[in-house]
Write a protein that binds this ligand. Structure first.
Ligand SMILES: [Zn+2]
Length: 80
């Protein structure tokens, strides 16, 4: 993993929530275009967020979310 990857992954959630300043968010977008592994993580998380938001209107057991988080964390070695 390069420093760029660390920076991109550290800002994953801020980026997806559009809470980053424009410069940082442009830099991450540029990195994702050049780095398929990071792009994969970001698009996976993006879809995950959408699915969770959609499913939260129904009833989702917290264990289900915890389980997906655990799978994601172990697969990509992301904390949290
Ligand atoms: Zn990367």
């Amino acid at each position: 993993m390069s420093d760029r990857c660390d920076e991109a992954l550290a800002n994953l959630y801020l980026y997806l929530d559009s809470e980053l300043d424009r410069v940082s968010s442009d830099r991450i977008r540029a990195h994702l275009a050049d780095c398929p592994p990071c792009e994969h993580v970001f698009s996976f998380e993006h879809r995950f967020k959408l699915v969770v938001r959609e499913r939260l209107r129904e009833e989702v057991p917290p264990e289900f979310i915890a389980k997906i988080r655990a799978v994601l964390s172990s697969e990509y070695e992301i904390d949290g």
